[in-house]
Design a binder for this molecule. Structure first.
Ligand code: BEZ
Length: 255
């Protein structure tokens, strides 16, 4: 992985752990596939294809789906599952007016240069092509991020807390889209509290970019302390762990 790319989108992915503890990511995305409304014969780019679950679902509609993802582990898994896919950053895609639609689920909040990603998405689309995406919007995982920040503040030896995620408001994202030649058809924030098996697993899957510079004993301590804080805010004995997701769902058309 090139250094410049790693600085843009920071997390490393363990495909087995992701499959075991984060399968809800694709299971809950079927409304976004419905919004895409894939049509037979269409060529569709899946940005952040992960292990290929949604790309394969989209291909059942007689479409040709091409997946890109920054993680070699995920791309290997996607290919093993039957999706055509390649390791690539959303900010470095070479495609030019090739796709009828670009689809993206739970990816664009990881991209450190969101505007550059939208520029490349616009470039990949044919004129009149649609961009259908869902990712974290304003307020997404707010309790979880606050707990992580608190633990970093408690431990100055951890260094700076880098919460690099991009969770825009509909207004902010509309402006970005319009700057790159899109007309926004719909854009909405959708609070979606999401049951998860245990926040310890969620932290292990999703926050290794935050802890990658820590010793393993510090990472363990970090996760344990974050979990203790979150037990008071996103855990109940009735419902268990509930991640405070807020999705930004968008449909935009390239002019
Ligand atoms: C998400 O909204 O999908 C997400 C945000 C931050 C970390 C992990 C997942």
């Amino acid at each position: 992985m090139k250094k410049s790319t790693k600085e843009k989108e920071t997390n490393s992915w363990n495909a087995d752990r992701y499959h075991k503890h984060a399968h809800f990511v694709s299971e809950l995305a079927l409304p976004v596939v419905a919004l895409l409304d894939p049509k037979e014969g269409e060529k569709i780019l899946d940005v952040g294809c992960g292990e290929g679950t949604l790309g394969l679902e989209i291909s059942k509609h007689g479409t040709e789906v091409y997946g890109v993802d920054l993680s070699p582990e995920m791309v290997n898994q996607a290919i093993a599952n039957g999706l055509e896919a390649e390791v690539m950053s959303a900010t470095e895609m070479p495609f030019e007016q090739e796709f009828d639609a670009v689809f993206s689920n739970a990816t664009l909040h990881w991209v450190r240069e969101p505007e550059l990603a939208v520029k490349h998405i616009a470039k990949a689309l044919k004129s009149g092509g649609r961009f259908i995406a869902e990712f974290g919007g304003e307020g997404n995982v707010q309790h979880i991020v606050m707990a992580m920040r608190t633990v970093f503040e408690r431990h100055p030896e951890y260094g700076k807390f880098d919460d690099f995620w991009f969770f825009p408001t509909p207004e902010q994202y509309t402006q970005i889209l319009e700057r790159h030649g899109f007309e926004v058809h719909t854009i909405e924030l959708i609070p979606r509290p999401t049951p998860i098996d245990d926040i310890a697993h969620w932290l292990a899957v999703f926050t290794n970019g935050v802890t990658e510079h820590l010793e393993s004993s510090q990472t363990e301590q970090f996760r344990a302390e974050v979990r203790e804080i979150l037990k008071k805010t996103i855990y109940t004995t009735q419902e268990g762990w509930m991640a405070d997701y807020v999705r930004l769902r968008v449909k935009a058309i390239k002019q």
